[in-house]
Design a protein around this ligand. Structure first.
Ligand code: SF4
Ligand code: SF4
Length: 501
C-alpha cells in the first residue's frame, strides 16, 4: 500500500473513544436561530415576523452569485428578525431569523426527487447545489457551487474523508451509514467538474468506513485511498501533496492546479440536493469531551448547542465548551448559540486548571512537528515583538494554524494564537498602509490638479492677452488703412478741385 504520508504532524489518538460510532437523531428543537451573515455578505429576509414557514422554505436570499439562500430547518412561525449572539469567536451579535417550531415538521412539497443527474447540464447541477444552500461542511464554509464552477481543466477530484481534528467522528459516521449516497455524490461532482478520476481519502484507522464505501463503489474512476491517521492529514494542501505529489505553492489554490477538494459531508449534501432536491437543513455534529457521553447527532441547523449537548448525557460538573475541535476550534462562553452549517463538533470538557505558560527553552520540538516546515520558535519571537515584516520573511502566511507546535511545546506557549494574532495584525497594517497610500495618492493628485489648473489658467490668460493685442493691432491697422484711404480720396479730390479752377 502506498504511504501517502507527509512530513511533520502528530499522531493523537481519539481522547474520547466510543465503543460504537453512531448517528443519533436529535429531536426537533423548539426554536431555531438562523444567522443571516455569510462569507459574501448578509442575506435579506424574505419572510416577516408572524409568517408561517415550512421546513425547507427559503427564508432569506442573496442577490449575489457568491452566497446561498437560507432555508427554514423546521416548520413553525417566525418569532423575530433581530440581532442574536452567534457561534463566532468574536462573541458578537448578528442579524438572525428566529423560528418557533409547531412540532409538526411540515415540509415544502418537493416534486422533483429521484432525478437522473446525467440528464442535467453541469450549469443546472451547479444551480441546484446553490439553491439547496450547500456550502463546505468541513469547517471553512466556502460555497460549493462557486468552487465547482471556478475550476478549469480539472484532472482530479479529491473527497476528503479524513477527520479534520482528533476526536471528531462525524465524517466517519457518515461514511459508515451513508456510503451509497456518498459514492453517488462523488459521481455527481465528477460529472460537474469533468475530472478523469476521484480519490476518496480515509484515515487508516477508519476500517468500517473504508469497507462500507468499498462495498458500494463500482465506479472505475473512483478509488479509495487510506492515508496515515496523523493530524493534520486533512489539510487540503498537505492531502494533495500526499496523494498526488502536487505542490500547491504559497498564495495558490488547489483549483489553480486542476484539483478540487470536497469534504465527505459536503458530498452527501450534494447528493441530497441533486437526487432528492432536499435543501441543507441539518448536519451531523460530534458532541464529545470528558463532560458528556460522546457520539454523533443529526440535528437541525439553528438548534442551540444547549439542545444538542442535553442529548449527550452531560455530567453535573462545570464545563468548558469548545466549538470545532480540540486543536483548531474556538472556546465559546455560552451554549445558547445556534449550530451552523460548519459546526462539525462541540467539545464539552470538565473545567480543569490551565497549564502555566513558561519561557521558550529552544528545544526545537515545535519545528519537528510543523507540517508545513516552518520554524515556530522563530516566528514566535517575531510575533511576540510584533515584528511582522520579519515574521512574514519566515513564511508566517503559510502557517495553517494547526497548533501541532502548541501541542508538543513543553513550555505550553500558545504559539498558534500568536501566529493568528500576527496575521491579523499584518492584515490590519496592510489595510492601514493601503488607506495611507490612497490618502497620499489623493493628496498628490489634488496638488497636481491645482497646479495644472493654475498653469492652464495662466496659459489661458496669456492667450487671451495675446489675442486681444492682435485684435487691437488689427483694428489699429484697419483704422490706419481707412485713414490712409480717406486721405488718398481727399488728396485726389483736392487735386481735381485745383485742376477745375
Ligand atoms: S517547543 Fe516551545 S519551548 Fe521548544 S523551541 Fe518551540 S516554542 Fe520553544
Ligand atoms: S501552527 Fe503554524 S507554525 Fe505551528 S505547527 Fe501549525 S503550521 Fe506550523
Amino acid at each position: 500500500m502506498a504511504d501517502y504520508s507527509f512530513n511533520g504532524g502528530i499522531v493523537i489518538k481519539n481522547p474520547y473513544p466510543v465503543s460504537k460510532v453512531e448517528i443519533i437523531q436529535a429531536p426537533l428543537p423548539k426554536k431555531i436561530v438562523l444567522p443571516l451573515q455569510q462569507l459574501g455578505g448578509q442575506a435579506k429576509p424574505c419572510v416577516s415576523v408572524g409568517d408561517y414557514v415550512f421546513t425547507g422554505q427559503v427564508v432569506a436570499s442573496t442577490k449575489g452569485s457568491f452566497d446561498v439562500p437560507i432555508h427554514a430547518s423546521i416548520s413553525g412561525v417566525v418569532l423575530s428578525i433581530d440581532k442574536q449572539v452567534i457561534a463566532h469567536k468574536s462573541g458578537l451579535k448578528s442579524q438572525c431569523i428566529t423560528i418557533e417550531s409547531d412540532g409538526k415538521d411540515k415540509w415544502l412539497v418537493n416534486k422533483n426527487s429521484g432525478v437522473d443527474f446525467l440528464h442535467y447540464s453541469k450549469q443546472a447541477l451547479v444551480e441546484i447545489i446553490q439553491k439547496s444552500g450547500v456550502i463546505g461542511l468541513g469547517g471553512a464554509g466556502f460555497p460549493t457551487h462557486v468552487k465547482m464552477s471556478k475550476v478549469l481543466d480539472c484532472h482530479t477530484l479529491i473527497i476528503n474523508g479524513t477527520e479534520c481534528e482528533p476526536g471528531v467522528m462525524c465524517d466517519d459516521a457518515l461514511m459508515q451509514f451513508h456510503p451509497r449516497d456518498i459514492i453517488r455524490g462523488v459521481e455527481i461532482l465528477l460529472h460537474i467538474c469533468g475530472a478523469k478520476r476521484a480519490i476518496i481519502a480515509i484515515e487508516d484507522d477508519k476500517q468500517s468506513a473504508y469497507q462500507a464505501l468499498s462495498m458500494f463503489n463500482h465506479n472505475d474512476r473512483i478509488s479509495i485511498n487510506q492515508v496515515p491517521t496523523k493530524y493534520t492529514s486533512g489539510a487540503e494542501k498537505l492531502l494533495i501533496k500526499a496523494l498526488l505529489n502536487v505542490e500547491i505553492s504559497s498564495g495558490k489554490f488547489a483549483v489553480d492546479e486542476g484539483v478540487i477538494c470536497q469534504n465527505i459531508a459536503t458530498t452527501k449534501a450534494v447528493f441530497d440536493a441533486v437526487i432528492n432536491h432536499k435543501p441543507l437543513v441539518s448536519r451531523i455534529v460530534t458532541v464529545t469531551g470528558d463532560g458528556v457521553k460522546p457520539n454523533n447527532f443529526e440535528v437541525r441547523l439553528g438548534a442551540s448547542f444547549k439542545h444538542l449537548i442535553s442529548m449527550a448525557s452531560p455530567n453535573n460538573k462545570a464545563h468548558d465548551y469548545r466549538m470545532g475541535g480540540m486543536m483548531m476550534g474556538i472556546d465559546v462562553a455560552s451554549i445558547d448559540i445556534p449550530i451552523g452549517k460548519t459546526t462539525t463538533a462541540i467539545f464539552v470538557n470538565n473545567q480543569a486548571q490551565k497549564p502555566i505558560v513558561q519561557a521558550c527553552i529552544r528545544c526545537g520540538q515545535c519545528s519537528e512537528v510543523c507540517p508545513v516546515g516552518l520554524l515556530p520558535q522563530q516566528l514566535y519571537w517575531y510575533a511576540k515583538s510584533k515584528s511582522i515584516e520579519k515574521a512574514l520573511s519566515y513564511n508566517l502566511a503559510d502557517c495553517i494554524e494547526c497548533a501541532c507546535c502548541d501541542y508538543v511545546c513543553p513550555s505550553h506557549i500558545p504559539l498558534a494564537n500568536y501566529f493568528s494574532f500576527a496575521k491579523a495584525l499584518n492584515k490590519q497594517q496592510t489595510r492601514e498602509q493601503d488607506r495611507i497610500n490612497t490618502a497620499r495618492e489623493r493628496f498628490e493628485f489634488r496638488e497636481y490638479r491645482l497646479e495644472r489648473n493654475k498653469l492652464e489658467r495662466a496659459q489661458m490668460m496669456a492667450n487671451k492677452k495675446k489675442s486681444l493685442k492682435e485684435k487691437m493691432a488689427n483694428e489699429h491697422a484697419q483704422k490706419q488703412k481707412i485713414t490712409e484711404a480717406m486721405q488718398r480720396v481727399q488728396q485726389a479730390k483736392d487735386k481735381n478741385d485745383g485742376t477745375n479752377i
